[in-house]
Ligand binder design. Sequence first.
Ligand code: NDP
Length: 433
Amino acid sequence: LRRNPNEPEFHQAVHEVLTSLSPVIDRQPEFAEYALLDRLVEPERQILFRVPWVDDSGKVQVNRGYRIEFNSVLGPYKGGLRFHHSVNRNIIKFLGFEQIFKNALTGQGIGGGKGGSDFDPHGKTDNEIMRFCQAFMTELSRHIGDKTDVPAGDIGVGAREIGYLFGQYRRLTNRYETGVLTGKGLDWGGSLARTEATGYGTVMFAQNMLADRGMDLEGMTVAVSGAGNVAIYAIEKAQQFGAKPVTFSDSSGWVYDKDGIDLDLLKEIKEVKRGRVADYVAQRPTAELHTDGSLWSVPCDVALPCATQNELHEDDARTLVANGCKVVAEGANMPCTPEAIDIFQEASVLYAPGKAANAGGVAVSALEMQQNASRARWTFDQVEESLALIMKDIHDTCLATADEFGSPGDYVLGANAAGFVRVAKAMRAQGVI
Ligand code: NDP
């Protein structure tokens, strides 16, 4: 706390991991030797930089860029870039810290990092987005590389932004180094199924949780928050499993569609027109728009928070439990507050933390890196099959680890302990660095 003042989300993420680890350290005290835990919570490198760019009116704007290279003991730093007005060092540190354990859980040989900017893409023109991305990459390019640090997308950074970032990297370095970024376009090094991977993986994880208890998503009602990359493809996969997603949201409000979401309409509004949730309601008579109250008041069997951190609070958790919700799987990073998680766990709701449930995105990013390194191009089905196997493996690893440390069914302990053990073993083997 003294070393990292005013970093509440970073403290929250560290606290959750460290409190899970006491049974691990009790059994394997060597993991606390050589200040391993102190080294783990201190990023290997923190890069902060100025991003000056010119808006359409000719005015110079100045934003701040971040890349936190947290831990590279298992492989090159890997983690997304977030462009959102709320970005600061605390947010990027919490995301980078979570990424270490998530990436370890995938078993793909990738370290943990995260980056971004307080640049707000809302209302910016395409040309402004391009100029900002070029300015951002002008500095970032000094720090990344396919064997060093491989950024990807996150909130506010999708295929369009990755395209502009890659173009500028190529211009600056004179290298066609496809493995330097993931989430690329399909014609220039991207992987099929990367766009879908995080949302699909989250729903696959939820299906694994249900299957373990002899249940199935088929026929279940699903509440989803967010209306971005993760939410849209969580809705798509839930529908493919025969479930009925009925909600989504953005920062302007939330929608309840009693007939189930019309995904083609949602994609058209969000992916093509970059519109707001009200545009959906305007074209869909069965849908209601809400600008107050909570999306989590809608009765559901499965809740998938897919928007942002700390979006699902204690009261929401109580309502979900009272309404008979059986599963909560986090598509976003740290969307449930610690108080909400306690309520789920006390009520025996199956709860999966983001570092396990949303690991499908980064896992497929690692598959994109594999395809780039071998100049191969896998089919959609090949990638999706690999994703399903990875999500099942993460699910089973979390459960087995929770059992091993005396807390059967505790996915929080399972994810934190399993990820930590992989990282800690490598940190011990590689010495004090
Ligand atoms: P997008 O930018 O595509 O979508 C984010 C969605 O969440 C938008 O609908 C956005 O609404 C909404 N949102 C964001 N911030 C807020 C806020 N403060 N209040 C209300 N709504 C908000 O991002 P992604 O879908 O890629 O990311 C969503 C979450 O998933 C994040 O937590 C991210 O870290 C996590 N994640 C993403 C992965 C990926 O592969 N993309 C991988 C693993 C995790 P609006 O447009 O109005 O801002």
